[in-house]
Design a protein around this ligand. Structure first.
Ligand code: FES
Ligand SMILES: [Fe+2]
Length: 381
């Protein structure tokens, strides 16, 4: 089938604003480990796409999230993870309680004093899944486009338990940040298919059954998942986790479980300009994962990551050049089609005129500059 998204959406910087509003802001984003906000006063910084957020454990034991932006002149309030009885902005010392209320603003007169109650940190939604903390800038639960985290996860807890992973036994070991020279959607699409695995990932394919017979793809309303059986006798065949299990929480949070010992990595990808992606993965391990095994798994994971980075950079270089209007999608790439449908449905109302919009196909003429008529764009046929 034809790709649902026109390649204009991968090279037009105007799409970044649309995606920010329509995809990232209402979504649930992984922030970090619950273990970092276990004690009253604990503060953990993160972001929901571009918006900096801070998650705080209150004196009352409640977990709250706020936009980490001072109501005075916009400085980040919390600069790093830590613990403090309040949130004090480093710029002019406006000071907020752990519940987000503005408690003091030095040298301010009666006029601002009267405004203090209205100048608290703006709340964001916070929810947990096992040892993970998520935040969302969407409106209250039940608002359109703002499903609760549980609805986004669906049956993920059962799926994870089904491959033998005990979520509650995991502890974070390290955060690995990365950048990729491709539009974030090209990176996500690469993540959603294993059609390229036999070609581009010989190491991965030696461990997993990557052929159509064993490899499973599952689409849920908010989650796209792979299940990869492990090859008998391969490097990761022994251990408590019995299969590879890889998930995208739409639009951009990856959860990876490799077979072998107790392990999981989780993290978002975000646009870094129209032709770049920035992301991180938090690596978690359970008690049965010793140093030697962790080293082996990290080498395995890193090799796949380096191979994928080269693949998507090459795809971006082709897509960015213009000329061809869209790609093709094979049945074994159907999760990619689901992703494109999701992005299209969320963004089409605000997308710039072009092949992705019904009402305007190509700027300048109803028929398209090259006379192919509505729904097409210039390109070889
Ligand atoms: S910007 Fe925070 S106190 Fe001025
Ligand atoms: Fe890959």
């Amino acid at each position: 089938m034809d790709g649902v998204l026109p390649w204009d959406w991968y090279r037009d910087p105007r799409m970044l604003e649309v995606e920010e509003r329509r995809l990232f802001r209402p979504s649930w984003q992984y922030i970090g480990p619950l273990q970092c906000v276990s004690q009253p006063g604990d503060q953990m910084v993160g972001r929901i796409s571009r918006a900096p957020v801070v998650v705080v454990r209150g004196g009352d034991g409640a977990l709250r999230g706020f936009l980490n932006v001072c109501r005075h002149r916009g400085s980040l309030v919390a600069q790093a993870d830590g613990n403090a009885p309040r949130l004090r902005c480093p710029y002019h010392a406006w000071t907020y309680g752990l519940d987000g209320t503005l408690r003091s603003a030095p040298q301010c007169g009666p006029e601002i004093e009267a405004e203090l109650p209205a100048l608290g940190l703006l709340p964001v939604r916070v929810a947990t899944f096992g040892p993970f903390v998520f935040a969302s800038a969407a409106g209250p639960a039940g608002a359109p486009g703002a499903p609760p985290l549980g609805a986004v996860l669906g049956d993920l807890a059962e799926v994870i338990a089904g491959v033998g992973l005990d979520l509650d036994g995991l502890r974070r070991r390290q955060r690995f940040g990365y950048t990729v020279a491709a539009n974030w959607k090209i990176g996500v699409e690469n993540y959603l298919e294993c059609y390229h695995c036999p070609v581009a990932h010989p190491g991965f394919s030696a461990v997993m059954e990557v052929g159509p017979g064993g490899y499973q793809l599952t689409a849920s309303p908010h989650r796209l998942s792979h299940r990869a059986p492990v090859r008998h006798g391969s490097a990761f065949a022994a251990g408590s986790v019995t299969a590879g299990s890889y998930h995208l929480l739409l639009p951009n949070v990856k959860i990876n479980i490799n077979p072998g010992r107790q392990n999981l990595s989780i993290g978002p990808v975000y646009p870094d300009g129209v032709g770049g992606t920035v992301g991180f993965l938090d690596y978690y391990f359970g008690a049965d994962a010793d140093e030697a095994w962790i080293e082996q798994m990290m080498a395995f994971d890193t090799e796949v990551g380096i191979q994928d980075a080269a693949l998507v950079a090459a795809a971006q270089a082709g897509v960015a050049g213009g000329w061809i209007d869209r790609g093709r999608i094979l049945p074994q790439e159907r999760l990619l089609a689901e992703f494109q449908r999701y992005v299209h449905a969320a963004c089409v109302d605000e997308a710039p005129p072009g092949p992705g919009r019904d009402e305007a196909v190509w700027p300048g003429t109803d028929e398209g500059l090259w006379g192919h008529g509505r729904g097409t764009a210039p390109g070889p046929r």
